[in-house]
Design a protein around this ligand. Structure first.
Ligand code: UTP
Length: 463
């Protein structure tokens, strides 16, 4: 595209201001800017801008109902059979792992991809290493390769790949780890105008974790899944330090019910907890964001007097390879959500501004919106203390401190079951325990290796 065509296109969509500094740019900068403009889908952009002007979407009448959820007590008598089913599929090599790591991690404020963050209690292994060792341990246990697909964004792709290369893929075969980036979307200001992050650069951000379903397809990862005869993909997020990767029980339930996409949930700690809730929305399975839940639904009780909408989503799914194909063949159709944010910009005088107030909108799709397209979807309750602790914030809730505490407590509970006599394990003491996934992935694994355990000390790494 030459500059005239570019200008005409921008003018047609009322965005010609992005060429404001054109004459000041070097030839190379001009080329980069044109490439960026070419990458923008302007008809989609017009629709997204429409969302910012239309408040009615928040007033749409919504009726909520319970989704099919298997509670921990319902699972008790069935788990053994489901684990056997799931393990059978793992032994046949039908399972892949899928990590979404394209987020910007803005709340954590860490310089670099969030997966590089050192997090384990003793060895300070990174999130990526912790996940990698779990996948390696699973493939050793079931004697089959578990290919690992990692979605990055354009912003953190190179740093992510370099980190894996520097660390020899943490023992995994590099041919079984595939990286690809998700699409980016431009943001707009309150007047629906594109934002210049630099004189030669339009501000863009990753298109949300929902973009992962499209990125799997566009990148050729789906074709790789098919080539490897992988039928089930375990979806997880980079920041959950307790994630039970490729959990055979979860897979067993998913397969038993012939679901297309299943979810893990935990019981809400209290009605007002800031968690999305898995339920039926106008008859279809989905997640209602905390902020969209009415006061009435938030506190609603069931016939036993228990919280009705208790199933908090922890962003873990099994997804059928076939379902990913169907979703893409019908065209990517997840709804776009807008988020009001403070977005850095270059003002008309060419000065960079970091606004304190929210000055624009970013657009994202959410992976759980695909649940609405499933014929069958199962939600499985898991114990929060065993499976969910996310690193989101610098301090306070969901921070490094709580992630380390929860890992420590998990390992301590396992050791306790193995008969190790421990003193007080409450917060505030100085016990630091870490068990390598390659020593034991689960409590059951640890109990089998009881005799190999060292004597207990306050700081110990078991490998
Ligand atoms: P979050 O919604 O918690 O976002 O992502 P984040 O980027 O990690 O952190 P904040 O909100 O900026 O502080 C949950 C998971 O989804 C991935 C993230 O990498 C994380 O694993 N994600 C999010 C993507 O892969 N792409 C996106 O566009 C957004």
């Amino acid at each position: 595209m030459d500059v005239k065509m570019c200008f005409d296109l921008l003018k047609k969509h009322g965005q010609e201001h992005v060429l404001k500094f054109w004459d000041e740019l070097s030839e190379q900068q001009q080329e980069v800017l044109i490439k960026q403009i070419e990458s923008i889908d302007f008809s989609l952009l017009d629709k997204l801008i429409g969302l910012t002007k239309n408040d009615s979407h928040t007033d749409d009448p919504v009726s909520l109902d319970l989704a099919e959820t298997l509670s921990l007590s319902e699972r008790k008598s069935r788990d053994a059979e489901m684990i056997e089913l799931g393990e059978g599929l793992l032994k046949k090599g039908k399972v892949g792992a899928f990590l979404v790591a394209g987020g910007q991690g803005s709340r954590l404020g860490f310089d670099g991809p969030k997966g590089v963050y050192p997090i384990t209690p003793v060895k300070k292994k990174s999130l990526f290493q912790l996940h990698a060792e779990k996948i390696l341990a699973m493939s050793i246990k079931y004697k089959k390769v578990i290919p690992w697909y990692i979605m990055t964004s354009i912003e953190n792709h190179d740093d992510t790949v370099a980190f894996f290369e520097k660390n020899n893929f943490f023992g995994l075969n590099k041919n079984d780890v595939m990286f690809f980036s998700q699409d980016m979307l431009p943001a707009v200001d309150k007047n629906g105008k594109l934002i210049l992050a630099e004189k030669d650069k339009i501000f863009m951000s990753p298109n949300g974790h929902g973009g992962s379903l499209k990125a799997l397809w566009d990148s050729g990862a789906h074709a790789d899944l098919v080539k490897r005869k992988i039928e089930y993909l375990f979806y997880f997020q980079v920041d959950n330090v307790l994630v039970n990767i490729c959990d055979p029980a979860f897979l067993g339930y998913h397969r038993h019910y012939k679901a297309q996409m299943s979810s893990k949930v935990v019981r809400k700690a209290f009605p007002g907890e800031k968690m999305g809730i898995i339920c039926k929305i106008n008859g279809k399975t989905g997640v209602v964001e905390y902020s969209d839940l009415s006061e009435e639904d938030m506190y609603a009780k069931d016939e036993n007097g228990e919280l009705k909408y208790w199933a908090g989503s922890i962003a873990i799914h099994f997804i059928d390879t076939k379902f990913i194909e169907t979703e893409n063949k019908r065209g990517f159709q997840l709804p776009y959500h807008l988020a009001e944010k403070s977005i850095p910009f270059v003002d008309p005088a060419g000065r960079k501004v970091n606004p304190k107030e929210k000055n624009g909108y970013k657009f994202e799709t959410f992976v759980f919106d695909a649940l609405a397209h499933c014929k069958i979807s199962v939600s499985l309750e898991v114990s929060r203390e065993n499976e969910f602790s996310a690193l989101k914030n610098k301090e306070g809730v969901d921070s490094e401190e709580t992630a380390i505490r929860d890992l420590n407590n998990l390992y301590l509970r396992w050791l306790h079951k193995a008969g190790m006599v421990l003193s007080d394990t409450s917060a505030g003491n100085d016990i630091n325990i870490e068990i390598s996934p390659l020593f034991a992935l689960t409590e059951e694994d640890l109990l089998k290796r009881k005799d190999a355990l060292p004597t207990f000390s306050k700081k110990m790494y078991i490998e």
